[in-house]
Write a protein that binds this ligand. Structure first.
Ligand code: MN
Length: 196
């Protein structure tokens, strides 16, 4: 059986104009599929076959298996955390908003710090809103296919800053892409990932 592609929770064009249908078709349908295929090939017939994705990401030594497992997990979390544009003022609420206020002061400060981290990340990678072992929120810059789980952190919301995530829609304007991504975040999904 191996690892399966998750299903997309919305039509491929539903995140337009923030993320185009073409980008979703390629990013989900081609890039993520390749990571899944590579992971299945690399985990075949060894101790990682049948191991949960999160366990592989926690335990595997650096190398192609970890790179692909990390990217499968990263992209599973990424595509699941979006929802079609529904609100002009799309903000978290409840427990998540309380935690953001406690650890960053307010939502705008957290958002700005995450945007700054995206701009400052050189090359390919991810910026995550994550929780440490005591539940404290922090922003993490992860290179390539790295994930907060490797650092004993719980990944809540991730921004993919590999060029494949935005280049067709925004060309070299990474900051512009990142500025708009907040419009399509499913904050209830993000909150559901918290260790309370
Ligand atoms: Mn990607």
């Amino acid at each position: 059986m191996g690892y399966q592609m998750p299903s997309l929770l919305y039509p491929a064009g539903a995140l337009e104009p923030v993320i185009s249908r073409t980008t979703i078709d390629l990013h989900f349908g081609k890039h993520m599929q390749t990571y899944v295929d590579n992971l299945n090939r690399l985990a075949h017939g060894n101790e990682y076959e049948g191991m949960s994705l999160r366990e592989i990401v926690r335990q595997a030594p650096e190398g192609p298996l970890l790179d692909n497992a990390g990217q499968v997990l990263n992209h599973a979390l990424y595509f699941e955390q979006f929802t079609p544009l529904t609100k002009a003022n799309n903000l978290p609420s409840g427990t998540l908003l309380s935690a953001i206020r406690f650890d960053f002061g307010n939502f705008d400060t957290m958002r700005q710090k995450m945007q700054d981290a995206c701009s400052a990340l050189f090359g390919s990678g991810w910026v995550w809103l994550a929780q440490d072992e005591r539940g404290k929120l922090e922003i993490m810059r992860c290179h390539n296919g790295d994930n907060p789980l490797r650092w004993k952190r719980n990944p809540l919301f991730g921004i993919d800053v590999w060029e494949h995530a935005y280049y067709l829609d925004y060309q070299n304007r990474r900051a512009e892409h990142v500025k708009r991504i907040w419009e399509i975040v499913d904050w209830e999904m993000v909150e559901s990932r918290m260790d309370l």
